[in-house]
Ligand binder design. Structure first.
Ligand code: PEP
Ligand code: MG
Length: 584
């Protein structure tokens, strides 16, 4: 057995087979063939091209049915590559003249093709490289008679093991068949963690060498609460974990799902809402008793496709969420592309420090075409439900003013076109950069509400990349610097008569939900499966106790002291309920 230790990203345990996702090589060994073998190699080429064409057409039909025309369109480019006469002729000439095997000839021609495209000035053609690589891998698998992993058609339950998962990959996985996520890279708030938590799937990230130590088909135990993965464990341990799994399943059932507003024993009411990335999380939000959507991460509509979603397509998505959540409110955050969520189009350059770079509102303000289409879609959706708009990564008042100016321009345009929308739509600012937290007084005067994005606030105030497993030990939500910033933001918001929520992962972590309740936070937004636990916590504590404990906690010197103190105090308050609220 091999025991691998990583970062406990999303709680719970599971037992199942590993499915290793990797990037197959596009190169192939060179084998000399005889003159008699030439026709056989050319036949293999034709056969592989026909089979790949069939495979893509089937996939295209399925995507058209499931996700619509825009997504299916991507495969047109793939089919064109397979019909490119110049490319096919080049491969055949290599087989004939150089007397080499088809895999090698194919890999050489593709390499030439890609190199030529990469040298072109035309950005559109350069972007086709991804399509060519994708389709080439499919052809290569046909030569090697290897089955590629068609995740859409996964029909057994597996634990996904990967170096990293692109947000577009995670978004398109068949969730019902995923028992867990195991990745080499990542941290407590990287995108795989966020999705895993939202779907209530255990995840261990930042294992560094999981893909080297695990093979497809290995039996795994994933313990997302402890951050451990066991590879091919003995029967005894499997039995132990089966027991653990049934206890967790039972404990989850004992946590009451409350559909009423959360209130402490001494009657302080707060809002507990859900973070949503993918459409399927909406029903989870209802199921778990969330009182609205506190963060709708719209960038997921933009990922995993080769074009931009149109205003109409966005309008449909946003109004659908607004209608389904009515009468609760939905806070639609404008796209936060960049950092570890990247687009394939429009080409966002790969940056040295992407989290500090061209991200979120910076990208939007530089691309008014993209931003205004989204703002118009949000405004149109505001006629269909209780919609609020929120801007991410605001670093100071100027950016907020510029974003609001664009919103006003969109309002004017829509009015002129006779389109209805909520003219008094609330505008919120995400507080996730230390400079915003420290100038919250100025931002509060020009915002209708705040939402504290602790995932980023922690990384920027502690200078710790949130997705880098090597510095994950320094990523401490309980760090006194973080707590002081949060406390200041809440106080300043209230002094300026606006409400303040939190949509970073901290809001769904019981110890910190309790602490920030004591700071007088008004709203807590979290992955849907966390909602019942946080509501149960709030129901079982007194606001006055939380205040007193928070006042003491903020005077402590280290994150570890803070966590230990909060744990001891909560244990005293919750007694028998402590384990099930904190440890499930
Ligand atoms: C945050 O930074 O806390 C947040 C909620 O936004 P995201 O995780 O999408 O960056
Ligand atoms: Mg953020």
């Amino acid at each position: 057995m091999n025991r691998l230790k990583g970062i406990a990203a999303s709680g719970g345990v599971n037992i199942g087979k590993a499915l290793l996702l990797g990037k197959e090589e596009l190169s192939a060994p060179k084998i000399k063939i005889s003159h008699e073998d030439i026709s056989r190699e050319i036949y293999r080429l034709e056969e592989a091209l026909i089979e790949t064409r069939k495979e893509i057409s089937t996939l295209q039909k399925k995507i058209l049915h499931d996700l619509g025309f825009d997504h299916a369109k991507v495969f047109e480019a793939h089919l064109l590559v397979l019909e490119d006469r110049v490319l096919i002729e080049d491969i055949i000439q290599q087989i004939k003249n150089k007397k080499v095997n088809v895999e090698y000839a194919f890999s050489q021609s593709i390499k030439k093709y890609i190199d030529t495209l990469l040298k072109l000035q035309d950005e559109y053609l350069r972007e086709r490289v991804i399509d060519i690589e994708d389709v080439s891998r499919r052809v290569m698998r046909k030569f090697l008679k290897k089955e590629g992993t068609n995740l859409q058609e996964l029909n057994e339950k597996v634990i996904i093991v990967a170096h990293d998962l692109a947000p577009s990959q995670t978004a398109s996985l068949p969730k019902e068949n995923i028992l867990g996520f195991v990745t080499d890279v990542g941290g407590r708030t990287s995108h795989t963690t966020i999705i895993a938590r939202s779907l209530g799937i255990p995840a261990v990230v930042g294992l560094e060498s999981a893909t080297r130590n695990i093979k497809t088909g290995d039996k795994l135990i994933i313990d997302g609460s402890e951050g451990v993965v066991f590879v091919n464990p003995p029967e005894k341990l499997i039995k132990e974990y089966h027991k653990k799994l049934s206890k967790i399943t039972k404990d989850i059932k004992t946590i009451h799902i409350s559909k009423v507003k959360a209130a402490t024993k001494d009657k302080r009411e707060v809002v507990v809402s859900a973070n949503v990335e993918l459409p399927e999380e909406l029903s989870l939000a209802h199921e778990y008793g969330a009182e609205g959507v506190g963060l709708y991460r719209t960038e997921y509509i933009f990922l995993g496709r080769s074009d931009l979603p149109s205003e109409d397509e966005q309008y449909k998505a946003y109004s659908n969420v607004a209608k389904k959540m009515k009468p609760y409110s939905v806070i639609i955050r404008t796209i936060d592309i960049g950092g570890d969520k990247f687009l394939s189009q429009p080409q966002v350059p790969i940056e040295m420090s992407p989290f500090l770079g061209w991200r979120a509102i910076r990208f939007c303000l530089a691309r008014p075409d993209v931003f205004k289409a989204q703002l118009r879609a949000i405004l149109r959706a505001s006629a269909e439900g209780n919609v609020k708009v929120m801007f991410p990564m605001i670093s100071g008042v100027e950016e907020l003013r510029e974003a609001k100016k664009m919103l006003e321009e969109c309002k004017k345009e829509l009015k002129h076109e006779g389109v209805v929308f909520d003219e008094k739509i609330s505008v919120g600012t995400m507080i996730e950069i230390p400079s915003a937290a420290l100038t919250a007084d100025a931002l509060a005067k020009e915002s209708d509400f705040f939402s504290i994005g602790t995932n980023d606030l922690i990384q920027y105030s502690l200078a710790v990349d949130r997705a880098n497993e090597k510095v994950a030990y320094l990523y401490e939500p309980g760090h006194p610097a973080v707590l002081r910033l949060i406390k200041n933001v809440v106080e300043v918001a209230h002094q300026n008569n606006i409400w303040v929520g939190m949509c970073g992962e901290m809001a769904g972590e019981p110890l910190f939900a309790f602490l920030t309740l004591g700071f007088q936070l008004d709203e807590f937004s979290m992955p849907p499966p966390r909602v019942p636990r946080i509501k149960e916590l709030i129901k079982n504590v007194n606001f006055q106790d939380a205040k007193t404990i928070a006042e003491h906690a903020i005077k402590l010197s280290t994150a570890k002291e803070v966590e230990k103190y909060l744990q001891d105090e909560l244990k005293k308050i919750l007694q028998d309920n402590f384990d099930k609220i904190l440890l499930v």
